[in-house]
Write a protein that binds this ligand. Structure first.
Ligand code: ADP
Ligand code: ZN
Length: 715
């Protein structure tokens, strides 16, 4: 029977269950999706009301009382709560961790500042609270907590805010707004091309849940389709959410959006508290919200379409806490809200390609580039007998491009100066003390840095092992390319674009601006410069080392390599002038090389997909990867063995369990890592059957267990 007065709370902690509490009447009505404060062990914790109708056979048990509620209204309505619970189930996540991820946008209570305009009027409602404001009109919650009883304080603040006596104060010293980037905006095309029009018509004519895969080659005008579809929604008074894989893409998107829409908002992890508060307060006024994966959780009240641009990008997968995939959660949300969702890419993921092939996603194609010239052929340079980082043909082409007043992009997906430093006398290579990684040399800062855990130390001048002055940087990173270019083509104006050189949005905007306005001839960079950028004067894309990224112990390595290279070469020849592509490789016969470029996309996708089918790999099978890590290798291994046994005993025969075995990266940040891979060729059992089993497992002391459903990272 239903037990009145009891609620289930998802307490913000990585615990595989919810907890029952008593709901005191003075807190008003308990509703799903409200944040609360509860006593937990010897401390207080935040959490979310996860369930309100509790059935208990035994009503004699005593439960602790909820202490306070943080929200006047539920943060999510029933549909979004339903969505969150489905995701929580699917990713076998702890409810508290799931809720904490989802509601992070709402901010922590303690940081809030409250302003009271009329203390006397407020005193009629809540004398004690009003008095606190008699000296200073603006107070933070933390300050108030020192003056007033803690229990119920948040609730009182909310009631006061509801009644209009308090308003949440913006930090007015810092007046911030969206950074305007007019140099990145483009003229609005007057007319769509027929393929664009057809795609737009399909999107505009749907109602209810309809997933689309917009498969358009690089520079085919996908963005224009999204923007016009968004226009129609906004004109009808509705809202549109656009997800992009990386913060680096938001300036360009803002440039496009702000010329067409009045109320555009942006959301990503780099926003200041003030900007966050503004977005929170404006939620219902926003027309278009663009952001990285966390933007998915902002509850736009009239959201009627979701766009996931560059849907293949693995940055959409969260790699800590709840391991969710923002693209897949976007589709799930669209289903729950009964609205269309558009996944767009020139190089779709095999997951989405399969869905389109099976007719579950409607395929929309833009097969041609807007630019009036055919896609350039790939020119390869055999690097086997060449010692330098940049070959003569590459240098000549860079120089020639500059002399014509045009621009180039040099791509190398490796930061730093060199991925390792070796002593040529004794062969010693410094490694990270905490990870199974060689240390990368960053010459400008004179440090060795681990790209696994961030550990850094000064770079030695002589070998620490044998004392010889014989250290030699092995291989190359973007810093080295930059150095070589400066030495060999001194007249070339260039900048480097990677996470070391560009650390803030302001820096990024500056580099993009210099490039867009023609103050730079060449950009050297990693993945960061690949994504989505449109520079009409770029006519040369050079790939410094096309062999990087192939041959990794990850079955998606080929797919990912192809996506990256196709995206980067797609940056050339997007304007008036035809482009060229030059690729340096030590493996000119490799079959993947012939797959570069848009023309081969369909073929590549089909071939790779049928290979996966033969092997029973994702997206045909569903995989769950469980990683166990501990500072003591034996504990991690033992727990992995125990869980493997439990899985074999518990899951149906059809689910195969591989492992435990050491992860490809055996150690990160002093923790030894082991993995189990569960494979369900039917896709029927996993992940759902796993949850009850995992609930029963108690972690071994010191061992961390991470469940990753649909793992993107197999290292
Ligand atoms: P994609 O996102 O597919 O890589 P973009 O949307 O960046 O391609 O489009 C490439 C360029 O073509 C942009 O400068 C865009 O303004 C332009 N463009 C798009 N559609 C049209 C059109 N119908 N007419 C003229 N130019 C267009
Ligand atoms: Zn490390």
């Amino acid at each position: 029977m239903n037990s009145p007065g009891l609620v289930e709370i998802a307490v913000f902690a990585p615990l595989n269950r919810t907890f029952t509490y008593q709901w005191p009447e003075w807190l008003g009505e308990a509703r799903l999706g409200m944040r609360v404060c509860v006593p937990f062990g010897r401390s207080r914790r935040s959490g979310v009301v996860w369930e309100t109708t509790i059935t208990r056979a035994d009503n004699t048990l005593e439960f602790k009382s909820v202490l306070d509620r943080t929200d006047a209204h539920p943060l999510y309505d029933g549909r979004r709560m339903q969505w969150l619970k489905r995701a929580c189930c699917y990713y076998v996540a702890a409810p508290g961790e799931c809720a904490e991820t989802a509601f992070a946008w709402a901010g922590t209570e303690e940081k809030r500042r409250w302003h009271c305009a009329d203390v006397a009027a407020f005193a009629l409602m809540d004398k004690e609270l009003a008095q606190a404001f008699s000296h200073r009109k603006t107070l933070s919650t933390t300050t108030l907590r020192k003056k007033l009883p803690t229990a119920g304080l948040y609730h009182r603040l909310r009631q006061a805010a509801e009644a209009g006596h308090l308003v949440e104060a913006l930090n007015r010293n810092k007046k911030e707004g969206i950074k305007k980037v007019p140099f990145l905006s483009e003229a609005v095309p007057e007319q769509l091309f027929p393929a664009q029009q057809q795609a737009l018509d399909e999107i505009n004519h749907t109602s209810g849940f309809s997933p689309f895969l917009l498969f358009g080659c690089t520079g085919s005008g996908k963005t224009e389709v999204y923007l016009r579809a968004a226009r129609q929604r906004v004109d009808a008074g509705e809202q549109v959410l656009i997800l992009v894989p990386e913060i680096g893409l938001t300036p360009q998107w803002l440039a496009r959006l702000t010329t067409r829409f009045n109320r555009v908002a942006v959301w990503h992890s780099g926003l200041s508290d003030t900007m966050r508060l503004q977005v929170r307060q404006d939620l219902s006024d926003i027309e278009v919200l663009v952001g990285t994966r966390s933007a998915l959780f902002l509850p736009l009240p009239r959201c009627s379409m979701i766009v996931v641009d560059e849907e293949h990008d693995t940055s959409f997968k969260q790699q800590h806490g709840m391991h969710y995939h923002a693209r897949d959660m976007a589709v799930l949300l669209a289903q729950e809200l009964d609205i269309p969702v558009i996944l767009g890419s020139a190089t779709p993921s095999l997951e989405s390609w399969r869905q389109a092939g099976d007719g579950r996603y409607q395929l929309l194609e833009l097969p041609e580039r807007i630019a009036p010239h055919p896609a350039p052929a790939v020119e390869t340079v055999d690097m086997r007998s060449i010692e330098t980082v940049l070959s003569d043909p590459m240098l000549a082409l860079l120089q020639d491009t500059k002399e014509r007043g045009l621009q180039s992009i040099l791509y190398l997906n490796r930061r730093g100066y060199a991925p390792a430093l070796m002593c040529t006398a004794c062969g010693d290579v410094p490694e990270c003390p905490a990870c199974t990684f060689r240390l990368t040399l960053h010459r400008q800062k004179r440090i060795l840095r681990c790209h696994g855990c961030g550990f850094a130390r000064p770079a030695p001048l002589i070998c620490e092992h044998c004392g010889e002055d014989a250290l030699l940087p092995l291989g190359e990173g973007t810093e080295k390319v930059e150095e070589q270019l400066a030495a060999l083509l001194p007249g070339l104006r260039m900048a480097r674009l990677d996470r070391d050189a560009v650390r803030s949005e302001t820096q990024l905007i500056r580099v993009l601006k210099d490039f867009a306005s023609g103050h730079l001839d060449c950009l050297v960079g990693t993945q960061m410069l690949v994504k989505g950028h449109h520079f009409p004067n770029v006519v040369l894309v050079g790939v410094v080392n096309a062999d990087l990224g192939l041959g990794l112990p990850d079955f998606r390595a080929g797919e990912r390599w192809w996506q990256q290279i196709t995206q980067v070469v797609g940056r050339t020849g997007r304007g008036k002038h035809p482009g060229r592509i030059m690729v340096q490789t030590r493996n000119p016969g490799a079959s993947w090389l012939s797959r570069i470029g848009d023309a081969q996309a369909r073929d590549t996708l089909d071939t790779e997909l049928s290979l996966r089918k033969t092997l029973d790999y994702p997206p045909f099978a569903r995989w769950v990867r469980i990683v166990f890590s501990a500072t003591r290798s034996a504990s991690a291994m033992q727990m992995a063995e125990r869980v493997a046994e439990a899985c074999i005993a518990y899951l149906p025969d059809i689910v195969q369990c591989t492992g435990p075995m050491p992860c490809a990266i055996e150690k990160i940040a002093m923790r030894y890592r082991f993995e189990l891979i569960l494979r369900d060729a039917t896709r029927k059992h996993l992940p759902w059957k796993l949850a009850p089993l995992l609930l029963r497992i108690t972690a071994f002391p010191g061992v961390r267990m991470r469940v990753d459903v649909d793992p993107m990272d197999m290292m």
